[in-house]
Design a protein around this ligand. Structure first.
Ligand code: ZN
Length: 90
């Protein structure tokens, strides 16, 4: 399996291990903690600027073929990014 994925925010490619994966769960954007959920996934650097870019470009919706933008919960994302940064540091 190709370990390189494209960030839906900045459009740069990165190693699968360094990117977060998001899925659409009944229209809710949800982090895929183990990067193994079935179906479409959107990959993103664990950085707020990439998240902002993805929202501006409506990239999540395009990647997931779902309307997710209007159901985002920013505080969940902050928590998830924090978690992910901790994971990447360890
Ligand atoms: Zn990025």
């Amino acid at each position: 399996m190709n370990p390189v994925r494209t960030c839906v925010g900045c459009g740069q490619r990165g190693n699968r291990a360094d990117l977060l994966r998001f899925i659409s769960n009944s229209g809710f954007l949800e982090p895929d903690q183990y990067k193994s959920a079935q179906g479409r996934g959107a990959w993103l650097h664990p950085w707020a600027k990439c998240f902002d870019q993805a929202i501006t470009r409506k990239a999540f919706g395009r990647a997931l073929k779902a309307i997710v933008e209007n159901r985002l919960n920013p505080s969940d994302l902050d928590k998830f990014i924090e978690q992910a940064e901790t994971m990447l540091e360890n």
